[in-house]
Design a protein around this ligand. Structure first.
Ligand SMILES: NC(=O)c1ccc[n+]([C@@H]2O[C@H](COP(=O)([O-])OP(=O)(O)OC[C@H]3O[C@@H](n4cnc5c(N)ncnc54)[C@H](OP(=O)(O)O)[C@@H]3O)[C@@H](O)[C@H]2O)c1
Length: 265
């Protein structure tokens, strides 16, 4: 059985579709399972014993982040080891370590735990998702950030799901981290131009210093320390660490990843 956590999320929904009848979704409420229309079990990552795993199962471990994320994910990995799961495929972020800022550091801690656990593992390490870009445009048609001229190889989350589906259905391979990107890495001015074309209204990228971006994020309700860290993270991304593209999606799927233009339609 292929057990899919985070099944109602952006990647999870696409993965359930890719896997067809082969998946068992883990959802927090029964209505969500009914809506997905596939085999499902009600479970919560904060209660590892509620995740339905048995010897030989393959587990897709993914969720949004919350303060208990690291502890919960590590506990589910421990349970997967004890249950004799054949493989854990999880979603992290490209280039993170346990000392990275904010949620990136949380991923680093979970990744370290998984690698040391003894269970066969695959870590998907994407950059930013195309799915979030339109939501970053404010009422005045601006994307505010501190990326500078930094390029980011934004990826369609459906391509992440397609890669996960291959890894979960072909024979379990060697443990590996898969750095996943889209086909090209645009600057944020180029992203704004694509959004302008697709949305039919002018979108522009406004580059802020880390300090200005932190103030902006705080005004939008983020706690001061998190706002500062997020602004710093955007500027770190702008240093070019997400600028190179990889051929991993094409190597695994035998087709190019979707471009931003294809995604926006
Ligand atoms: N967004 C990006 O640009 C980006 C880039 C790189 C990596 N990532 C990583 O991608 C992951 C998120 O993937 P996504 O965008 O597909 O997720 P998503 O759309 O945010 O959905 C989150 C999923 O996690 C589930 N969930 C949350 N808390 C849970 C819990 N305690 N127990 C069980 N399920 C729980 C949610 O269930 P409910 O429906 O019940 O809430 C939902 O199915 C994160 O690890 C993130 O760091 C994101």
């Amino acid at each position: 059985m292929i057990v899919v956590t985070g099944a109602t999320g952006t990647i999870g929904r696409a993965l359930i579709e890719e896997l067809g009848g082969a998946a068992r979704a883990v959802v927090r409420r029964a209505e969500q399972g009914e809506e997905l229309g596939c085999d499902y079990v009600v479970g919560n990552l904060e209660r590892p014993e509620s995740i339905p795993i048995e010897p030989g199962d393959r587990l897709f471990l993914n969720s949004a982040q919350w303060p208990g994320f690291v502890r919960a994910h590590q506990a589910v990995i421990d349970r997967a080891v004890a249950a004799g799961v054949a493989q854990v495929v999880t979603v992290s972020v490209r280039g993170v370590t346990s000392s990275s800022l904010l949620g990136f550091g949380m991923h680093g801690q979970v990744d370290d735990h998984l690698k040391a656990s003894g269970v066969p593992w695959s870590i998907l390490a994407p950059v930013g998702f195309m799915q979030n870009l339109a939501g970053d445009v404010d009422e005045e048609g601006r994307i505010l950030g501190s990326y500078g001229r930094g390029r980011v190889g934004y990826i369609d989350a459906r391509d992440i799901a397609a890669v996960a589906a291959v890894l979960l259905t072909r024979p379990v391979g060697a443990d590996a981290t898969y750095e996943l990107t889209g086909p090209v890495a645009p600057t944020h001015d180029e992203v704004a131009a694509e959004l302008t074309r697709a949305l039919g209204r002018t979108v522009r990228y406004v580059d802020l210093s880390v300090e200005e971006a932190a103030v902006h994020l705080e005004k939008r309700g983020m706690p001061a320390h998190a706002a500062r860290d997020l602004a710093e993270l955007m500027s770190q991304i702008g240093d070019g660490r997400w600028a190179s593209t990889t051929t991993t999606v094409a190597d695994i799927l035998g087709r190019q990843p979707r471009s931003l233009r294809e995604f926006l339609g």
